[in-house]
Each structure stands twice: as C-alpha cells, then as structure tokens.
Design a protein around this ligand. Structure first.
Ligand code: GLV
Ligand code: MN
Ligand code: MN
Length: 415
C-alpha cells in the first residue's frame, strides 16, 4: 500500500494528457495556437470540463469564463485551496506555458482519488481566462477581475484587433457562466509553471521556489506623423511615424539596459495604419512594456520613457500618445505557501533555489487576495512564447509531485 509520504502522481498519465491535448490548436512547428476564447480554447475547455467531471469534480464557470472544479474536503466550512493555471496560449505558443500547471492540478486530483485521500480543506482546480493577454489586454484578465482589480463591465467591453469584445467572444464559445465573478471563495493558491527563463537549466536545479514576481507596465501607443511621397519629400521635411517608433523602440531597450539586470523592456506589436512601399508612414499603433521586480526601478524607466517620448515628438514634429493600459506592482508571495513548496521539494529530495518570476502569472493576481506561491520547473534553453518551447518529462513530473505534496501540506491530508 502507498503511504502518504510515498504518494506520487502518475507521470505517464500527466505526460500523455499534455501531449494529447496539445493537438487542440496544434501548429505546423509542433507548438500550440489556442488564443483565449477562440474555437480552440472552447474545445480545450470542453475537454477539461469533461476530464474534471470524470474525476468527480463539480465544475462551475463564472461570468468571465473562469473555470473552477471543486473537490469536497472533510471541513466544508473552509474555503477551498486553489491550484491550477491557464489553458490559453500565445499565437505561436508552446505545449507547456499554463497548460502544465492546469493539467498537473487535474493529475493531483486523479492521484488523490486513486489513493482514496480526502483532504481537510476542499480543493479547487482553476483555469483562468486570458492569462496571456495576447488577444485582449490586459494579461491575467480573468484572475485580475476575480480579485477585483478590474470591473467585469470593463473587461467585457475590451476588444481584440478585429473589434470583437470579450462579451461577444465568451457568448460565441458558450463560456459566459452564471457564477458571479469573484464569488468563488479560495483560501490560498498554488501554481506550477515552467520557468520560461534560463536559470534552473543553467544551474542544474529541478525546482524553482518562486518568492517574488516582477512588476509590469503595459502601454498602448499611437504616433501620428504625416503621409507623403517617398520619392519627392526631402528628408528634413518628413514627419515619419515609423522613424519615430524606431527611436521609441531603442529608448525602451536603452532604458531597460541602463537599469539592468533588474529591468526588461519590449515593443511587441507595431501596425502601420496604411502601409505602402512608397508612402512615408503617417500613423502607427504600437504596444510596449517594462518589467522589474523593483518598484522604484519600474517607476524610473517609466518616467525616463515619458521624457524621451516628449523629446522625440518635438524633434520629429509628430504626435505621440502613450497610454498606460495596465500597471501591476511587484508581487511578494506568502511565506507559508513558499515554505510548503520548499518543504515538498525537500521531502522529494529535489534540488531547488529561490526565484523571482520574470513572466506574469495568475498567481500574481491571487497573491493580492489569499496566501499564494508558485513552483517553477526548467524549460529547454529558457525558451517560451515560442513553438519551440519544450520541457523534460522528468522535470514536469517532479514539479507535479511538488504540487501534490504542497497541496497536501496546505490542505491537510488524511485524518
Ligand atoms: C504572460 O505570459 C506574460 O508574462 O505577459
Ligand atoms: Mn503562463
Ligand atoms: Mn505565457
């Protein structure tokens, strides 16, 4: 008979589940394209709901499509312990980002079921809507609304590049649930995720015990110059929106480098309104972001960018609107949950190190509401948000076992 300390998840079943569901939205280059609230997302959600129900869980869906799969505990007066992640992906995403954490949570439940283990605190496997923020901004959309950082009305009215609103997209795939957003009580939250960076692999460590998360500022920008003939407009007379954007891209990069290594900055999107080979670009929309684990550094690069943008606009005689569409302070996870993760890694004899998360996660949202922490496992070459994203089966299984034992220590095992 398996005793509690020797309890392990079924690694083959976890791996097969990840590989099987990776077919939903599979890309030619072995990645996954499962944009939030798309048809592929609906198929994945349907699969997930079915698998949770087959595992005896009761699935509820809130008004923003957040999914909660509940497992009773001995003490039903306690709010459930939440664990899970997200099932949406980037346009050219991989098989593990978010998916590992959600499917590992399901695997933990399957393991507890087989071992006939009832926890003291009920459990709640979570799939949060639109963690990625690629189709609709901001990222962490469902979990941020759950904790009250955004109103439901605001989120429902957000639109994608085609003008489709979150409300329309939810209705199209049939995932605007009846549960009130934020009504699902949780007593804590644990999220397993691939690191999405190079540190664990480089150091040969299996588990990242995530103690902090970077702060984030997201911008939407618009540059208005003047369209004119590429052949006949002398260089000094041009008001070139793309040339202005080029300077902004380099300003963001330069500010991040100047305040490194604890700052990063990116321009990930840029669209010329009416592109033509022989027209000087007159109108460009773009997005930008800065991240840092240090609040002061984040503010410094933000201020630096405002000054730089004003200077570029004046010198180039273009108008630049730069709106902050999302701002999240650095996250500090809860010592009790961090200790549970570290304790589980020690119990399993796995090498580990403390970490700061470079990527954003739903756990950042939950940390504002309930004691929360994260578990990282290595991914190949630190690559993520790329179809090449890859992780070793042994590392995924190790991470899921840490999740299992962290959950057991937080929720209380057999009486
Ligand atoms: C989401 O993956 C983010 O970190 O932006
Ligand atoms: Mn993720
Ligand atoms: Mn991601």
């Amino acid at each position: 008979m398996t005793t509690l300390p020797n309890l392990r998840i079924d690694g083959d079943r976890l791996w097969d589940t990840i590989m099987e569901t990776a077919r939903i939205g599979a890309t030619q280059k072995d990645g996954v394209r499962r944009l939030t609230l798309s048809e592929e997302d609906r198929r994945m959600r349907d699969w997930f709901r079915g698998a949770c129900e087959a595992a005896g869980l009761t699935v509820t869906v809130d008004g923003l499509g957040n999914m909660f799969a509940l497992r009773p505990g001995r003490d039903m007066s306690r709010a459930p312990l939440g664990f899970g992640s997200h099932l949406d992906t980037q346009p050219t995403g991989g098989k593990f980002d978010g998916i590992l954490g959600t499917l590992a949570a399901l695997e933990v439940v399957r393991t507890l079921n087989e071992a006939c283990i009832e926890t003291e605190t009920p459990l709640c496997v979570c799939n949060w809507t639109n963690e990625e923020g690629s189709r609709f901004a901001p990222a962490l959309m469902g979990s941020l609304a759950h904790v009250g950082d955004f109103t439901v009305e605001d989120i429902l009215s957000r639109t994608d590049a085609e003008g489709v609103s979150v409300a329309q997209a939810l209705d199209t795939i049939g995932y605007r649930g009846t549960q009130k957003v934020g009504a699902q009580p949780l007593s804590g939250f644990v999220e397993l995720h691939i690191e999405q960076g190079p540190i664990l692999e480089a150091e040969g460590k299996t588990i990242g015990v995530v103690e902090h998360g970077q702060g984030i500022i997201w911008y939407n920008g618009r540059i208005t110059g003047f369209e004119s003939h590429a052949g006949s407009t002398p260089m000094p007379l041009r008001r070139d929106a793309l040339a202005a954007l080029s300077e902004i891209v380099l300003a963001i990069e330069g500010l991040a480098i100047a305040h490194g290594p604890h700052a990063v900055g990116t321009v990930g999107e840029a669209v010329i309104a009416t592109p033509s080979r022989n027209v000087i670009p007159g109108e460009i929309a773009f997005s930008g972001e800065f991240r840092s684990p240090d609040a002061d550094t984040l503010e410094t690069v933000h201020q630096g960018l405002q000054e730089k943008v004003a200077e570029i606009a004046a010198r180039r005689r273009v108008t630049i609107a730069l709106d902050v569409v999302w701002r999240k302070a650095p996250t500090h996870f809860a010592p009790a949950v961090i200790n549970a993760v570290r304790g589980a890694a020690d119990h399993l004899g796995l090498s580990h190190r403390p970490m700061v998360s470079g990527a954003g996660h739903d756990a950042f949202s939950l940390a504002a509401l309930v004691p929360t922490a994260m578990i990282f496992v290595p991914c190949k070459d630190g690559v993520s948000h790329n179809e090449l994203e890859s992780a070793e089966k042994t590392d995924c299984v190790a991470g899921a076992n840490v999740l299992l034992h962290a959950v057991l220590s937080l929720a209380g095992g057999p009486a």
